[in-house]
Design a protein around this ligand. Structure first.
Ligand SMILES: *Cc1c(COP(=O)(O)O)cnc(C)c1O
Length: 453
């Protein structure tokens, strides 16, 4: 019988994260100070982030050691299995071999805990008492809530209003782990009050929630802010996914020609793909990496490579990224974790240099893929993860048309058990695709004019 799951032991948990900056041909452009528009000095970031995380953000070292305390906690659910999607292959009648890494097995249900634990750890080590953050669908907030409870830190989470109202279960998870949760935009910050004054019905966005969380961190004692995606240090922590998968693919006696991840800000996509992209950068190995983004939030497909703010109000450093503009208000799609206007600087530079392929997936196609995956492999995927599945299916179908065997690896970034209302809409035929016109995109890109001369 063929092996279904390729398993590692706890001793195989990697001892270092991989920093792709060391191997990039063109290094990412530096972040700029939002006021002076000059390259940021590390100390500019110290009111916002823990020092060790700033060091990692700017590091050029290829390998960065994982602290023992963090590896110990990773053991709660890591290493995660690499699974051969044999039933999905059969349903597609494809000669392709499809593998997925199951990051939905973490206690919080997604890959986000891979970075939440080290972020909480480095803040604790520095003597910080409280953290703030934002969350969209609640995945990052739940991960950080658990990490803060493990390390004895207070946590305030600004949760995007549309999710706060539609998805109470992740709010309750965060509260179970001891975090405070505020619906964003809120009247507890200046940034939130400004937006509510303009638009009292505003349903919120990640960009707005980030503005609120940063403001709260800056104005509170011994408090720092944390971000669950986009930044280099977050992507660094997520490489544990691909580093484990690298060993597991070797055990399976195969090498993935295509590596796929769904794309919000880039953390799970980079996490699974960068350790493999390293083979292409350092030894010319032929490998394709595909970022799967929602057609309704197509920063990599239709955005511009420019300096832009990470948030809506303009409190973050200016980052070089593919962006739809910080004013972009994404449609209320069910993949809440993919509703973000920009792509992280590392992915953006690699995309610009031709290393990253993109597929933009309509909402209905993503849920059709999720349904087929659930009916074959059992796990009901997170709405975000269904985008990666849809791309894997596209590639598997292409392999069939071409009559070629192909090895495909994708990341199952999370399970969807707390997103059943989205599946309900899909199953009842009420789900729609969103059309995004060129005019809308041009309008939201307007805010980039003269941002950086
Ligand atoms: C947050 C989230 C994403 C998107 O974030 P990335 O940083 O792009 O990975 C994708 N899938 C799940 C399950 C998430 O929780």
């Amino acid at each position: 019988m063929a092996t279904k799951k390729i398993l590692l032991s706890e001793n195989d948990i990697p001892t270092s994260w991989y920093n792709i900056v060391a191997d990039m041909v063109n290094k990412p452009l530096p972040p700029l100070h939002p006021g002076t528009k000059q390259p940021l000095k590390p100390q500019d970031l110290e009111p916002i982030f823990a020092k060790e995380l700033i060091n990692q953000e700017l590091s050029q070292e290829r390998w960065i050691e994982i602290p023992d305390e963090v590896r110990e906690l990773y053991k709660i659910w890591r290493p995660t299995p690499l699974v051969r999607a044999s039933s999905l292959e059969k349903a597609l009648d494809t000669p392709a071999h499809i593998y997925f890494k199951n990051e939905g097995l973490s206690p919080v249900g997604s890959h986000k805990l891979n970075s939440a634990l080290p972020q909480a750890y480095y803040n604790k080590k520095q003597g910080i008492k409280s953290l703030t953050t934002e969350t969209g669908a609640g995945q990052w907030g739940t991960a950080l809530a658990f990490a803060c409870s493990v390390f004895g830190l207070n946590l305030d989470v600004f949760m995007v209003k549309v999710s706060y109202n539609q998805k109470p279960y992740r709010r309750i998870m965060m509260q179970t782990w001891g975090a405070g949760v505020v619906s964003s935009p809120s009247d507890t910050t200046e940034a939130g009050r400004k937006i509510l004054a303009r638009d009292p019905e505003n349903s919120g966005s990640l960009g707005i929630a980030i503005s609120e969380a940063i403001e709260k961190a800056i104005k509170s004692d011994n408090t720092r802010y944390t971000l669950g995606s986009v930044l280099n240090h977050v992507i660094l922590h997520q490489t544990i996914i691909g580093l484990e998968a690298e060993k597991q693919m070797e055990m399976a006696g195969e090498y993935p020609e295509i590596v796929i991840g769904c794309f919000g800000g880039g953390s799970n996509f980079s996490g699974i793909s960068f350790p493999f992209l390293r083979h292409r950068l350092t030894s010319g190995k032929a490998i394709r990496i595909i970022a799967s983004e929602p057609r309704s939030c197509p920063k990599l497909t239709r955005g511009r490579f420019e300096y832009d703010f990470g948030d809506t109000v303009g409190l973050t450093p200016l980052l070089p990224m593919y962006t739809l503009g910080h004013d972009f208000q994404p449609a209320d799609i069910h993949a809440g974790g993919l509703r973000y206007h920009g792509a992280g600087p590392l992915v953006s530079q690699l995309r610009k240099d031709g290393y990253v392929e993109v597929q933009d997936i309509p909402q209905l196609e993503s849920f059709e893929a999720g349904e087929l995956f659930a009916r074959t492999e059992g796990t009901i995927p997170a709405p975000e993860s269904t985008h990666a599945i849809a791309s894997a299916i596209r590639e598997a179908k292409k392999a069939k048309e071409e009559g070629k065997s192909k090895v495909i690896l994708f990341n199952l970034s999370g399970h969807g058990l707390i997103d059943m209302s989205a599946y309900d809409r899909f199953l009842s035929g009420k789900m729609t695709n969103y059309q995004l016109s060129d005019e809308e995109i041009a309008r939201s890109l307007n805010c980039l004019e003269k941002l950086v001369p």
